[in-house]
Design a protein around this ligand. Structure first.
Ligand SMILES: Cc1cc2nc3c(=O)[nH]c(=O)nc-3n(C[C@H](O)[C@H](O)[C@H](O)COP(=O)(O)OP(=O)(O)OC[C@H]3O[C@@H](n4cnc5c(N)ncnc54)[C@H](O)[C@@H]3O)c2cc1C
Length: 417
C-alpha cells in the first residue's frame, strides 16, 4: 500500500507518475464475514473505515453493486455545514464537522476540505428571528455562528440583488466553518483507509436478497453468490426502499431525483457557499471556477439518476432572483442523483426488528456533510449494539412514538414538494 508524502509526490512528478499502485485491492468475496456493509457510497465506506480503525472490527466486506463513487457520494454539490437547530440533529452534525476538520490528516488523503463559509440569506424580519434562534442553538453545540446585517453581507458578496422587489436580502446567518469538500476524494480516502486495515471492498457485486435463518439475517445473496455474516449493515441511500423490501420491510422513505448543475469556469467570484432563503437555491464555486449549484427535487418518485427540464428552469429562476449575473454564465453540465427522503427530513441509524440486520438511510439532501459522523455512529452501533450518544434520535420507530425530528434545516421533506 502506497503512503503519501510531499517527497513521494515530488519524486513521482519528476519520474512520470509511473510508480503509483492501486489504492485498494480487488478481492474475491470470502464465504463469511463478521460484518457485511451493503453499499459502497460515502456512508458505507466511512462505516467500514471507522469499524476497522476505531473499533478493531476488520473482518468486514463492503459490497457495492457499481463502483466506488458511482452513487450520490460522487454526485452531490459538496456542501458541508453544521447549522442545525434541534438537539436530535445539531450535536451529530457538529461531530461530523469536527471529523471533517481532521479528516485529511486522519486518512492521509487530500479531500480538498475548504472551510470557506456558508451564508444563509434571510429576506424578512421573521426569518432573521428564526436564524437568530438557529444561531444560538449552533453556539450551544460549539458550532459557531454569526448573524450578519445587510451591510456585512454586501461586503462579502457585493454582486447579490439586495433590492429585489419580491425577495430583498436583509442579511444572513454565517457559519464560517462550513464550506465544501471534494466529494469523490472522500470515498477514495475512506476506501483506502478501510482496505489498508483489511476490509474487503467488493465492487460490481449486487446484493439481491438476504439469507434468513429462524427469522434472523445471517448473510446476503449477491450476483457473486451467497455470503454469510454475523451482521448485515444496509447503507444504500437512494436504493433503501428497494433493498429493504427484500427483507420484507417497508420504510418511511421515498426516493426522489435531485439535480446538480455546473457552469463554465469563471474567475473567483463566490466567496463561499450562498443559499437563498426565500426559495430553494444554493451555490458555491469550485476550485476550477465552475459555479456549482442546485435547488429543488424533481418532485416525483423515481430511481432514475437524471432529471427533467422544468426543475432546470425553477433552479435557474432561484439563482436569478438573488444573483442576476448568473444568467450570463453558460451551463456546462448537469446530472441527477436519487435521494432517500425521510418523512421528517432526518435520517435513520438503527437496528431493525430483524436480528442481525441494521439500517442507515433517509439522508435527504444532506447526507454528504453527515458522511463522517454517519460512518462513526453506524460503526459504533454495529460494534457495540448501542446507538452512539449523538445518534440516539435516529430511530426507525420515531413516527410510531410521535418523536419526529422536524428540522427544516435538513432540506424539505417530500410532502412539501
Ligand atoms: C445532486 C445532489 C446534490 C447533493 N448535494 C449535497 C450537498 O451539497 N451536501 C450534502 O450534505 N448532501 C448533498 N447531497 C446528498 C448526499 O449526496 C447523499 O445524502 C449521500 O451521498 C448519501 O449517502 P452515500 O454517499 O452513502 O450514498 P451513495 O453514494 O448513493 O451510496 C449508496 C451505494 O449503494 C449502492 N447500492 C444500491 N443498491 C445496492 C445493492 N442492491 N447492492 C449493492 N450496492 C447497492 C449504490 O450503487 C451506491 O454506490 C446531494 C445529493 C445529490 C444527488
Amino acid at each position: 500500500m502506497t503512503n503519501y508524502s510531499g517527497l513521494k509526490v515530488l519524486w513521482q512528478g519528476l519520474t512520470g507518475n509511473k510508480g503509483w499502485k492501486p489504492v485498494w485491492r480487488e478481492p474475491e468475496p470470502k464465504a463469511e464475514y463478521d460484518v457485511i456493509i451493503v453499499g459502497g457510497g460515502g456512508h458505507g465506506l466511512a462505516t467500514a473505515y471507522y469499524l476497522a480503525k476505531e473499533f478493531g472490527v476488520t473482518n468486514v466486506a463492503v459490497i457495492e453493486k457499481g463502483w466506488i463513487g458511482s452513487g450520490n457520494i460522487g454526485r452531490n454539490t459538496t456542501i458541508v455545514r453544521s447549522n442545525y437547530l434541534l438537539k436530535g440533529n445539531e450535536p451529530f452534525y457538529e461531530q461530523s464537522m469536527k471529523l471533517w476538520e481532521g479528516l485529511e490528516q486522519d486518512f492521509n488523503y487530500n479531500a480538498m476540505i475548504s472551510q470557506r463559509g456558508i451564508l444563509n440569506l434571510y429576506h424578512s424580519d421573521a426569518q432573521r428571528d428564526a436564524f437568530a434562534r438557529r444561531g444560538n442553538a449552533m453556539h450551544l453545540a460549539g458550532a459557531g455562528a454569526e448573524l450578519l446585517d445587510q451591510d456585512k453581507v454586501r461586503k462579502m458578496a457585493p454582486f447579490l440583488d439586495y433590492d429585489n422587489a419580491r425577495f430583498p436580502i436583509k442579511g444572513a446567518l454565517l457559519q464560517k466553518r462550513g464550506g465544501t469538500v471534494r466529494h469523490d476524494a472522500v470515498a477514495w480516502g475512506y476506501a483506502r483507509g478501510a482496505d489498508m486495515r483489511g476490509v474487503d471492498i467488493i465492487q460490481n457485486c449486487e446484493v439481491t436478497g438476504f439469507q434468513m435463518d429462524g427469522g434472523a439475517c445471517v448473510g446476503v445473496q449477491t450476483s457473486k453468490g451467497n455470503i454469510r455474516a454475523k451482521k448485515v449493515a444496509v447503507c444504500v441511500a437512494g436504493s433503501s426502499g428497494r433493498v429493504m423490501e427484500k427483507a420484507g420491510m417497508r420504510l418511511p422513505i421515498e426516493s426522489h431525483v435531485l439535480q446538480a448543475f455546473v457552469s463554465e469556469g469563471l474567475k473567483p467570484t463566490i466567496p463561499g457557499v450562498i443559499t437563498f432563503g426565500a426559495g430553494h437555491f444554493y451555490v458555491s464555486q469550485s476550485d476550477k471556477g465552475g459555479l456549482v449549484f442546485g435547488g429543488d427535487l424533481d418532485g416525483y418518485n423515481t430511481y432514475a439518476q437524471r432529471g427533467n427540464l422544468p426543475v432546470v428552469e425553477d433552479v435557474c429562476e432561484g439563482g436569478m432572483a438573488i444573483m442576476p449575473m448568473i444568467g450570463r454564465s453558460r451551463l456546462l453540465r448537469m446530472w441527477g442523483g436519487v435521494m432517500d427522503m425521510s418523512m421528517d427530513g432526518s435520517p435513520y441509524i438503527d437496528k431493525t426488528d430483524i436480528d442481525g440486520l441494521y439500517f442507515n438511510g433517509g439522508w435527504c439532501y444532506g447526507g454528504f456533510k453527515a458522511t463522517p459522523a454517519s460512518g462513526f455512529c453506524y460503526a459504533h452501533l454495529l460494534a457495540t449494539d448501542r446507538p452512539h450518544e449523538n445518534a440516539t434520535e435516529f430511530r426507525l420507530d420515531r413516527f410510531k412514538r410521535g418523536a419526529m425530528i422536524d428540522e427544516k434545516g435538513v432540506g424539505a421533506q417530500p410532502n412539501l414538494h
